[in-house]
Design a protein around this ligand. Structure first.
Ligand code: PLP
Ligand code: COI
Length: 339
């Protein structure tokens, strides 16, 4: 029997039994390989190491009350990974190999899929890297696609309690015509100074503004931003944010609940008018925000005055999670049972 305190898991790395690998060589993808090693044997001149040719995904497997294991909208993760690969001239993985690899990675590590009701899930990390050597700045001619998995708890230690966010103005995560809208490692490297600054100030994550005007809200660390007012769900439209699959799903659920949905630029000054605000993403799920501190302007925006998530965020959270775990009907066909 596996000895994990599921309810106490952080969002952190831990070793599981197997990972899946697949190489693209001589112009074609090979067969999936199963490995029990956490290490790669990689060429010192691989483009992933020097020129950032790499892209990743983040998704989760959920165990229902019925004991079955579910994936949520995996095709959207596949599509985004393909867009990420094309965005930095990598060979995209095929849909069939992607599906086979994520399914195998979960099933071969089935004992790590957390039991229902513990708040923990199995996080899947598909990763595509340029493995072929280049020293000139050009795309590799060999690629490695991998999937590893690990059981995780909440991304923010607060769970579904209000988090505190700090606005960062002295560094940018992405540029409008850069790579902000695809899921490549470089974006996360450039976000690290902002993450550090937010943490140093005692905040959970940075909020990035658009890098041109420093006026409109882009996103929050590794999550999209949303605000709610006047029965309307509002989320930024920006060329430099990652289109979140969670956010896409929430927009649909908000509409189902009778809310108006707007995707448009959100001026940071508009923050003072929202009734509820939050961050959303696979890791973050829906995290209500209690405070946003604009460090350089020394201005604070406060929400969740009673220390709890607002009613609409709570309703959307409950509905999303119920669909993911199979507790409520999956009327949009978002969930696939893999075992
Ligand atoms: N924005 C960034 C920068 C992210 O890293 C993530 C996480 O994947 C998200 C948003 C949320 O996207 P998703 O809901 O597809 O996980
Ligand atoms: C996710 O939500 O899956 C993410 O990718 C977050 C991660 C960068 C920690």
């Amino acid at each position: 029997m596996i000895n994990i305190e599921w309810g106490k898991l952080p969002f952190g790395y831990s070793k599981t039994d197997y990972n899946i690998r697949c190489y693209y060589r001589d112009g074609k993808w090979g067969k999936l390989e199963i490995s029990s090693s956490e290490f790669l044997n990689l060429h010192i001149s691989a483009t992933a190491l020097h020129y950032g040719q790499q892209a990743f995904e983040g998704m989760k497997a959920y165990r229902g009350k019925d004991g079955k294991i579910r994936l949520f909208r995996w095709e959207e993760n596949f599509k985004r990974m393909k867009r990420s690969a094309n965005g930095i001239l990598m060979q995209p993985i095929t849909k069939d190999l992607f599906k086979e690899a994520i399914t195998k990675a979960v099933l071969m590590n089935e004992r790590f899929v957390p039991p229902h009701g513990t708040g923990a899930t199995l996080y899947l990390r598909p990763l595509l890297i340029g493995s072929g050597p280049q020293i000139g700045v050009k795309p590799a001619d060999e690629y490695l696609f991998m999937v590893f998995v690990l059981p995780v708890g909440p991304y923010f230690k607060e769970g579904f309690n209000p988090v505190k966010i700090a606005v960062i103005r002295d560094s940018d995560r992405a540029a409008p015509l850069g790579t902000g809208s695809i899921k490549v490692g470089g974006n996360y490297a450039s976000s690290l100074p902002g993450v550090k600054k937010a943490h140093d100030e005692g905040y959970g994550a940075p909020m990035y503004l658009d890098s041109v005007h420093k006026k409109y809200i882009d996103e929050i660390g590794a999550a999209n931003f949303f605000g709610i007012k006047d029965n309307t769900y509002i989320t930024p439209k920006s060329p430099s944010i990652l289109p979140s699959i969670t956010n896409m799903s929430i927009m649909q659920l908000a509409e189902d609940m009778g809310l108006k949905v707007e995707r448009r630029p959100i001026d940071i000054e508009e923050l003072s008018t929202f009734e509820e605000v939050g961050a959303c993403g696979t890791a973050a799920i829906i995290s209500p925000i209690g405070e946003i501190y604009d460090i350089d302007k020394d201005k604070k925006y406060n929400f969740c005055k009673d220390g709890k998530a607002g009613p609409i965020s709570t309703q959307i959270y409950n509905r999303l999670v119920a669909i993911q775990y199979g507790d409520e009907p999956d009327s949009h066909n978002w969930v696939e049972i893999i075992k």
